[in-house]
Design a protein around this ligand. Structure first.
Ligand code: NAD
Length: 340
């Protein structure tokens, strides 16, 4: 049925999604376009390379010629590629705007000149900004605060604009915080698990009062696949339904899983902006597409922690000294060129 171009398919969520698509009998070809920034790696695709359906292209979504050649050869695009780490966005706002907004625009420009069946733009609950109470529906205004969320909100508007003015069959997914195997160890769950595995302390912003909704990456990918197959162009779908936790509650669970206690926790000053709570109403995806997250949080978290325990080769080279500035993160560089 489909030849699907997946941008950012060597990242955390994208690689899970690619493996899922490769198992679908009606998907003939999956092409991953990924720049392999510090957060992407060929190892994340691993066994997927055994599939004759997979082609990997090492390239940037801001390269308009490459993007155009690739988009015209596919029937659908699922767009994950983005700068995704909030802490970095305070330091490198320009990189976030370039990849997340300009990169999305370039993909959509290519999509305008082709006859795609679907363009799924993957976004986040952070575009709604913090909510003291209640849950955001797809109609709610965008009130992003941190530069990462601002760049994602802008890219959502660029994508909706391409639907309205040029009829690009855009669907937008907005999902909550993801967890699962293979996430970069700069993000809170892998950072805390790998620190505790190494016997190092973990650091909580403020008093750990911030609330996040944790959704297993496979539940999110199932939702994105539903949107790809049956989503209505021009529509936005919130994909939430995970488990709400303050960061302190999450820390308590992780300490228990790793056999540690609160003397391993250090409190550090909060980020200069740190949204207190995100929450989405996801009944539209449930009612219209049959979306249902099924993974139990405690089980999923235990499996995730176990994956990090068993795979130090995947995260040890990527971990940074927590006292070092972000710019000093070790960035393994792949060989340039295409890989098939
Ligand atoms: P990630 O950082 O693990 O992966 C991003 C991938 O995109 C990497 O492989 C990277 O190499 C690639 N990439 C970055 N810039 C690129 C560019 N200019 N050209 C080509 N490739 C580029 O991120 P993730 O956590 O897998 O997130 C994927 C998408 O899902 C993002 O759009 C993010 O905003 C969204 N999202 C993430 C979460 C979450 O909790 N992780 C939640 C909601 C939405």
């Amino acid at each position: 049925m489909e030849n699907v171009l997946v941008t950012g398919g060597a990242g955390f969520i994208g690689s899970h999604f690619v493996k899922r698509l490769l198992e679908a009998a009606d998907v003939d070809q999956v092409t991953v376009l990924d720049a392999l920034t510090y957060s992407g790696s060929l190892e994340s695709l691993g066994e997927a390379f055994l599939s004759p359906k997979l082609t990997f292209v090492h390239g940037n979504i801001c390269d308009a010629d490459l993007v155009h050649k690739l988009v015209e050869r596919h029937t659908a695009v699922v767009h994950f590629a983005a700068e995704s780490h909030v802490d970095r966005s305070f330091l490198e706002g320009g990189t976030f705007l370039t990849s997340n907004v300009l990169g999305t625009h370039i993909l959509l420009e290519a999509a305008k000149r082709t006859s795609l069946h679907r363009f799924v733009h993957v976004s986040t609950d952070e575009v709604y900004g913090p909510l003291i109470e209640g849950s955001a529906t797809e109609q709610d205004p965008l009130r992003p605060t941190v530069p990462y969320a601002v760049s994602k909100a802008a890219s959502d508007l660029v994508a909706l604009g391409a639907f309205i003015t040029d009829g690009v069959p855009v669907c937008i997914t907005r999902s909550s915080n993801q967890y699962g195997p293979g996430q970069h160890p700069e993000k809170i769950i892998p950072l805390f698990v790998t620190s505790l595995v190494k016997g190092l302390p973990v650091t909580l912003h403020g008093r750990g009062q911030h609330v996040r909704n944790w959704l297993h990456v496979e539940d999110n990918c199932a939702g994105i696949e539903l949107v790809l197959r049956t989503g209505v162009p021009g529509e936005i779908y919130n994909l939430g339904g995970g488990t709400d936790q303050t960061n302190a509650e999450l820390t308590e669970r992780l300490l228990r899983l790793l056999g540690a206690d609160w003397d391993m926790v250090r409190y550090i000053p909060d980020r200069k902006a740190n949204d207190l709570r995100y929450s989405m109403n996801w009944s539209k995806a449930a009612d219209t597409l049959g979306y249902r997250p099924v993974r139990d949080f405690d089980e999923g978290l235990a499996e995730t922690a176990d994956w990090y325990r068993r795979h130090p080769e995947r995260w040890a080279p990527l971990r940074r000294d927590p006292s070092a500035p972000l710019a000093q993160i070790h960035v393994p560089r792949p060989q340039a060129g295409d890989v098939s």
